[in-house]
Design a protein around this ligand. Structure first.
Ligand SMILES: C[S@@+](CC[C@H](N)C(=O)[O-])C[C@H]1O[C@@H](n2cnc3c(N)ncnc32)[C@H](O)[C@@H]1O
Length: 266
């Protein structure tokens, strides 16, 4: 096992915090463990040598971030949000809406379960009402999770909290271990690679943004800046849903608090 020196560790922590917002200052062992096999593959003998290799090499940088991000997620995670989507957000956003188009973003989507759960909720809610466009944009910095999201193959464990009817309607399984998501749900989500630290490349505002369990790895200043960017890109009346263990500092960003982890732009 190759160990990080104190200087290398600090250099990497600063680099990742500056470029990706993620604070790994208490994750020394995690970094060493997750990058160990990459160093072996690259045949380098120290982290300094490895940093020289990734500097200015975007492909290697992506490989490193694919290893260092934490991507745990599952269908119907934090179900209160999906209940609120069905009972409050959708009725409110669709009332008197002429363009019949909702703009929804899953920011930090990991392997896609959050975005796909939202599509299932919306399919059920819209039912036979025709003509609505509610495709979701789902983004992440890890290209590995985005590829997996596009494939739409999941473990039984990941589907555990979904209603049984949705499991049988929207998935196909041969062995009861791995489940393939149907194309009718997959085609409603557009996956893109996006670093939330960069300026947002959008021209039109969103009605609803999910950014759940992403900012837990960011320091307060980074969170505040990102939440302000979300505020600016939401339509008036639009919603931000964050993880249940996260909060918005309302003295910094003028979101209206609805209930824990649910905020609205006034
Ligand atoms: C724990 S997952 C959360 C997935 C899902 N939102 C949920 O709540 O289940 C966090 C995701 O945030 C992504 N992420 C972390 N920093 C990011 C950044 N700067 N830009 C874009 N995505 C980021 C990670 O790659 C990871 O897939």
């Amino acid at each position: 096992m190759i160990h990080l020196t104190d200087r290398e560790f600090q250099e990497l922590v600063d680099f990742i915090r500056t470029n990706f917002g993620i604070n790994l200052s208490k994750k020394r062992l995690l970094i060493e463990a997750r990058l160990f096999s990459v160093l072996a593959e690259k045949n380098v003998s120290s982290f300094t040598e490895y940093f020289n290799l990734i500097r200015g090499n975007s492909k290697e940088l992506i490989t490193m971030m694919n290893r260092l991000t934490t991507n745990h997620t599952y269908f119907m995670r934090e179900p209160r949000h999906f209940e609120y989507l069905k009972n409050v957000i959708l009725p409110e956003l669709t009332e008197n809406r002429r363009d019949k188009c909702l703009r929804i973003w899953s920011a930090g989507c990991s392997t896609g379960e959050e975005a796909y759960t939202a599509v299932m909720v919306m399919r059920e809610w819209f039912g036979l009402q025709s003509g609505w466009d509610y495709r979701l944009l789902a983004t992440d910095i890890s290209t590995r999770v985005l590829e997996s999201a596009k494939h739409g193959v999941y473990s039984a464990e990941s589907l555990r909290d979904l209603p049984a009817g949705w499991r049988s309607r929207y998935f196909h399984t041969q062995d009861g271990q791995t489940y393939l998501l149907s194309d009718e749900i997959k085609k409603e989500v557009i996956f893109r690679s996006l670093n939330l630290m960069n300026p947002f490349p959008f021209h039109r505002p969103f009605d609803l943004i999910f950014c759940r369990n992403v900012m837990i790895y960011f320091d307060q200043e980074t969170k505040n800046k990102l939440i302000q960017k979300f505020y600016d890109i939401l339509k008036p009346g639009g919603y931000l849903l964050i993880g249940h263990s996260e909060t918005v500092q309302r003295d910094v960003v003028p979101f209206q608090y609805i209930e824990p982890s649910i905020y609205q732009r006034g």
